[in-house]
Design a protein around this ligand. Structure first.
Ligand SMILES: C[S@@+](CC[C@H](N)C(=O)[O-])C[C@H]1O[C@@H](n2cnc3c(N)ncnc32)[C@H](O)[C@@H]1O
Length: 311
């Protein structure tokens, strides 16, 4: 990992087996930006209220799989200027231009599936991760969690935000005569099925995973994307956009294999989804925000004292 690579440097290509199915380029940058504001409005905070007040004045915050860096640039606006935010991503393609970044935000190349360099280990008070599910699968979650926790100081916090697309489906809207959302459900089921077949796409039990690894004060917020009624349409649109975009990218590399939809089929399904949404149906899933703290090292004190001092 090259921590000195700046936002304007060229992309490092993905170095794992699975390409990033949601695509890149400025269209993806705009989608990630829009998605940031929609997700944040629904969740209601950028940094969990049980983490934010415990951060030190000179907090160092890492954003892993940072994408554009939008979470950090927005978090920096509402944090003390003494905080330092460092984003890491396997590709710089979506990075916000360096001259648009706040002075306490950096964007760097880094692969969260590979060990972080020694100089980054144990350096951060908070690690944030959001929406990297599409690069996960099988038991990669546990390995990645273990790896990113090496970035944290003792007593440091992790906040991991993911969408559970396994509960994602279409719903009948509140208006009279609304469509039922069956096409939306069909689209998501197909997406989950092909990604599961391809790389074991799955969704972990967050609380169990955090506790098994030894994190303390674990909390899992689960928010439904239809929590705010006025956001139903925008969540539906970003959901359908992401799923159909992912399926189109997949169609480009899998046209010969059975079970994958070709680009025309995906486009046809996307168009029907939009019709269903225009007829009142909406798409809904859950957002999970799971936080935990690494144990505080307190050599020399009794185990009881150590427990009391944990966050
Ligand atoms: C859906 S985007 C989310 C970006 C950002 N976290 C957000 O919420 O706006 C997923 C990001 O994870 C990055 N990514 C995928 N695999 C990665 C890896 N092994 N290491 C670092 N970043 C990775 C992708 O390049 C992409 O920018």
């Amino acid at each position: 990992m090259d921590t000195a690579v700046s936002a304007t440097n060229t992309s490092a290509g993905p170095n794992d087996d699975e390409p990033y199915w949601l695509g890149r380029a400025s269209e993806e940058q705009q989608r990630l930006r829009k998605q940031h504001f929609i997700w944040t409005k629904s969740i209601g905070y950028l940094i969990h209220p049980h983490i934010a007040p415990n951060l030190p004045e000179d907090a160092r915050v890492a954003d892993v799989g940072t994408g554009t860096g939008i979470w950090m640039t927005e978090a920096a606006k509402m944090s003390p200027s003494t905080y330092q935010f460092d984003g890491y991503d396997i590709s710089s393609t979506s990075f916000i231009a360096e001259d648009s970044l706040p002075s306490n935000v950096t964007l760097n190349i880094g692969d969260f599936k590979e060990p972080f360099p020694d100089e980054l280990q144990g350096k951060y008070d908070l690690v944030n991760i959001r929406l990297i599910i599409i690069s996960m699968g099988g038991d990669v979650w546990q390995k990645t969690l273990r790896n990113v926790l090496t970035l944290l100081k003792p007593g440091g916090a992790i906040q991991w935000i993911e969408g559970n697309f396994f509960v994602s489906r279409g719903f009948r809207g509140g208006g009279p005569g609304s469509a039922a959302g069956h096409v939306l459900t069909q689209l998501q089921k197909h997406f989950n099925g092909v990604l599961n077949k391809r790389f074991g796409f799955n969704f972990p039990d967050w609380t169990a995973m955090y506790e098994e690894i030894g994190l303390r004060s674990v909390e899992e917020d689960v928010l439904s994307t239809d929590r705010l009624v006025d956001q139903r349409r925008e969540f539906s649109e970003i959901g359908v956009g992401a799923v159909s975009g992912g399926l189109k990218n997949l169609a480009g590399v899998e046209k010969d294999e059975e079970g994958y939809w070709d680009v025309d089929r995906v486009e046809e399904q996307r168009r029907k989804c939009v019709e269903e949404m225009d007829d009142g149906a909406y798409f809904r899933w859950d957002l999970h925000v799971t936080i935990g703290f690494t144990p505080k090292l307190d050599f020399g004190s009794t185990p009881t004292k150590r427990r009391k001092r944990n966050l």
